[in-house]
Design a protein around this ligand. Structure first.
Ligand code: CO
Length: 220
């Protein structure tokens, strides 16, 4: 276990390392940030946003919560999305779930862990919505992984249905919403193939993302 003092020491070495490569790096960032992407991911310590996709400070706008859920009335997440789209003008919003997500597992097993159960109720809603798909999967791990994917699909849909995206698309702003799942066990990002660029293609893209054929493709 590292002490807090060790963390501060590590920070000093990290800042020196960056500055050695680019002496003006931090000064340039102090003036403004200009990220192209918004990452909405899980709080899980094994899924550090910037590291996974090799992006430096200033390149990724990030929102994380347990089980990467986008709730229609969550002012925190909505504000992040609104600022990213309207002010920073990001071109891509990526919902990044991950396999072996503890939050998704708790929802699947209906575990009792306190206040968090209320938050994970949103994942249980996803589970109920896709009961038919999940019922056909026998192994627990396979079912768990599939729920991780379906949860991402539903959160992509939720982002697309926010007033922020609806209005951005109405004025023909270039912003695409994507669904990815990160593999804890291999360090690789998997694109679910559910990317939405405008309102017109949303329904068909969603249907494709949850179709039976899609399910087979994922597991082959
Ligand atoms: Co997780």
């Amino acid at each position: 276990m590292k002490t807090l003092q060790q963390l501060i020491y590590s920070n000093r070495r990290w800042a020196e390392w960056i500055s050695a490569r680019d002496p003006n790096f931090f000064q340039k960032l102090a003036d403004q940030q200009n990220p192209q992407y918004l990452w909405i991911g899980c709080s899980d310590s094994r899924v550090p946003a910037n590291e996974i996709v090799g992006l430096m400070p200033g390149e990724l706008f990030v929102h994380r919560n347990v089980a990467n859920v986008v709730v229609h009335t969550d002012l925190n997440c909505l504000s992040v999305i609104q600022y990213a789209v309207d002010v920073l003008k990001v071109t891509d919003i990526i919902i990044v779930g991950h396999y072996r997500c503890g939050g998704v597992k708790s929802a699947l097993m209906r575990e009792k862990q306190g206040l968090i159960d209320n938050w994970l109720r949103h994942v249980q809603d996803v589970m109920v919505k896709h009961e038919r798909i999940l019922a056909k999967i026998e192994g627990f791990t396979e079912k768990w992984d599939r729920l991780c994917e379906l949860n991402v699909v539903e959160q992509v849909l939720n982002v697309c249905q926010t007033t922020v995206l609806q209005e951005a698309w109405e004025r023909r702003q270039d912003v695409t919403v994507h669904g990815w799942v990160y593999g804890i066990e291999d360090g690789l990002v998997h694109d679910l193939g559910f990317s939405v660029t405008n309102q017109e293609e949303l329904t068909a893209a969603y249907r494709n993302a949850i179709s039976e054929e899609r399910q087979k493709v994922v597991w082959e």
